[in-house]
Design a protein. Structure first.
Length: 429
């Protein structure tokens, strides 16, 4: 029996792709293993969104080639599609498969085992729903609702791999969510490169999709709506705020702003202003005061001056996001921003440090607001033998100690102490 090990880098869509590949391979008679040493074939599902991630992936490919010269290697994901030449420089015997060809993974493995090294690349429209899937969680089910995006950000290389927006049919997504619910999954992630522009090319919309799921799939579960760019939230804002009323929808918003300087946003080609972001935040917080909000910011974009940086810093202090993902700017190949003269690395590093420090302090203060809160959480992660994580209606993380197995259960807790990882809590009997 051929054994296959899959290692995944990157976003939840990448994780879903790995689950689909694992499901297809298992269906076709292969065995998925959790230890690379046991495997006959190693699949590395790659990400290129940031320079540090790409470096990690490159080092991992190099390590696999060095440590397992006799094992078959497949490199999948965004790097395979956007930078195949870089992979083949360090792993000339590797087979490549793009995100649009994952349904052909068994064929690729079969050919590779017979000594034929093929590359399944290219952007073909496939609906990544209702495919076989071997999930890596017993509680969380990831449903991809689209591939690609409608943006053209100056710094982003992901579009080179994912291409233009292709939204999957509402009826197929609803059916997959229904099946996941029937199988016992209680937390379902709707994910794509930019969830907000779902359906735009087909005259559909994300609010319409959320409504159909909540109306048709009954029962007790949560939907986590994935990252949404402000540019496309603007055009569906009122409808989107309204469908968050459904009890199944986590009161959670991941809104990557990248900068709070209108000048930098324009140069990034983001398609919105600081005022637009404030309007989105105002409307959601007015209707859902306890909503959890995450964002992403880029420190040290090449045209960012000290004034631009201070605007972003002051914006974070004003808005007070629950969580901020700070990235140091790193030029990505084949992007417009690659042509710009970078800022000195020390400036970028210092701005990143300041932003991260402020964001971390605010995050802790936001968690402190949940001390003495009592309510129900869904336990969606087991951290160790007696330590679990759960999410409440607002997707706030509660850390729970329990000698009893509680993974996948709804339990009542009381928040007792803030921490950077979440709110330390106790179970209420």
């Amino acid at each position: 029996m051929t054994k296959i090990y899959i290692k995944t880098y990157g976003c939840s869509a990448n994780q879903s792709d790995s689950e689909i590949m694992a499901g297809i391979l298992e269906r076709d008679g292969y065995t998925i293993v959790s230890n690379e040493r046991e495997a006959d074939v190693i699949i590395i599902n790659t990400c290129i969104v940031k320079s540090p991630t790409e470096e990690k992936v490159r080092h991992e490919i190099e390590r696999m080639v060095r440590e397992y010269p006799d094992k078959k290697l497949i490199v999948a994901g965004c790097m395979a599609e956007a930078m195949p030449e870089k992979i083949l420089e360090i792993a000339p015997k590797a087979a490549l498969i793009s995100p649009f060809n994952i349904h052909r993974i068994s064929l690729l493995v079969n050919k590779l085992l017979k000594g034929r090294v093929l590359h399944f690349l290219g952007k073909k429209k496939i609906d990544k729903v209702l495919m076989p899937k071997k999930t890596f969680s017993k509680v969380i089910f990831i449903t991809q609702i689209a591939s690609g995006c409608m943006g053209n950000c100056s710094y982003c290389a992901v579009k080179l791999a994912k291409g233009p927006l292709h939204s999957f049919p509402i009826e197929k997504i609803v059916k997959e969510v229904s099946i996941a619910k029937q199988r016992g999954f209680k937390e379902i992630w709707l994910t794509s490169q930019d969830t907000a522009c779902y359906g735009f090319e087909k005259g559909k919309s994300l609010p319409e999709l959320i409504k159909e799921i909540c109306e048709q799939v009954k029962g007790k579960y949560f939907l986590r709506i994935g990252m949404m760019n402000p540019k496309h939230v603007k055009s569906i804002l009122n409808e989107l705020v309204e469908v968050y009323d459904y009890a199944q929808v986590f009161k959670f918003l991941h809104l990557p702003i990248q900068s709070a300087s209108d000048k930098v946003l324009e140069e990034m080609n983001r398609g919105y202003t600081k005022k637009d972001v404030l309007e989105i935040i105002r409307k959601f917080r007015k209707r859902y005061p306890k909503i959890t909000m995450w964002t992403d910011v880029i420190a040290g974009y090449p045209t960012e001056d000290e004034k631009d940086f201070k605007e972003t810093l002051n914006f974070l202090k004003e808005v007070r996001f629950d969580n901020v993902f700070v990235s140091k700017f790193g030029a990505r190949p084949k992007t417009e921003a690659k042509k710009l003269k970078p800022l000195p690395s020390q400036i970028v590093k210092e701005r990143s440090r300041i932003l991260s420090s402020v964001a971390r302090k605010i995050s802790l203060e936001k968690n402190r607001e949940w001390i003495n809160w009592e309510g129900e959480v869904l336990v969606d992660e087991k951290v160790s033998d007696y330590l679990y994580k759960g999410r409440n209606f607002a997707y706030k993380c509660f850390i729970i100690k329990s000698k009893e197995e509680i993974l996948g259960r709804f339990v009542r807790v009381r928040g007792e102490k803030e921490s950077f990882g979440g709110i330390i809590s106790s179970i209420l009997l």
